[in-house]
Ligand binder design. Sequence first.
Ligand code: FEO
Length: 388
Amino acid sequence: MGSKITITDDIRYIGVNDHELDLFEGQYIVPNGMAYNSYVILDEKIAVMDTVEVHFGEEWMGNLLEALDGRTPDYLIVQHMEPDHSANIVRFMDAFPTATIVASMQAFAMLKQFYGHDYADRKLVVKDKETLDLGGRTLTFVSAPMVHWPEVMMTYDPKSKTLFSADGFGKFGALDVDEDWACEARRYYFGIVGKFGKQVQALLKKASALEIERICALHGPILDENLDYYLGLYNTWSSYGVESEGIAICYTSVYGHTKEAVELLAAKLEEAGCPKVAVTDLARDDMAEAVEDAFRYGTIVLASTTYNMGVFPFMSDFIERLVDHGYTKRRVALIENGTWAPAAAKTMRAKFEGAKEIEFCENVVTIKSALDDTSRAQLDALVAELMA
Ligand code: FEO
């Protein structure tokens, strides 16, 4: 795939696939790699939409030159300054000395910070709703602050009805791997953009005024059918709505006793008719997947060992991540284990301070070392409360 992806006669894909990356943005595993998308609009004037990550400059430039077929670009539109998209700006500006950079004021400040200069004599600063005439079409810029950096703007092309959406509607995964969109888009959204639901809602409102037939994000596939599905998911996610019926259980376990309780709980919930129980071992599974599940379902059950008179480190980290990402409007149930002084439930509850609209289940399960009749009865009571 790569540069062979067709968009329209005059919009070409010139992005690259990265299968070497260990952690995207320094923290997210990407089993199916990552795509850094870039596009070129070939009109009377030529505009290139963003660059790509630092290791792919040569491949990207090759794609660009092929698409240009001897012509010279007039503009480089910089929608987002994060280096996975901006790292080849200098290469571009050196290769095409007559080109102008088009970006927000804040993007130019970041350009100077990252790369040492802001092309003062070759820059065009644009604001929300301002336009750029390419001859056969006039692009409109749509500012999208905090989706997911403050300088971000998106670009609308009314001729092809395309929204170039920067990181919005992006996903993990290279474009030469076939996989479900929602799974990796959801993990991407809640990990990277999730905290900024309000800003995404504002953006969706702006987008609703545009006639959109195609979304070209900076990561992930070009979306050109069934757009209501993608827009609907973004609306659910950014409004912190419940996407799927079911319960997420996230746990830590040292010697397997808490895990045994979790497995028993999961079996009982399924037996009671819970449509989906998603279980994550916070020490061993991908925590970004657990964060995604916590936002996907309306209820999470947290089960943790007591540790240092508090909570196990992986659970502590997990709750902090949820709160940091704006966790809200959810029901939380607590299971603790402790051999001499169980304190995990109290600690977990306290760690949600700062998260709004969290409802805690009345039934708390306390395991003393291993499940016994008392804790089994507590689990039954919790199942009844969860399924009521
Ligand atoms: Fe894909 Fe926020 O960079």
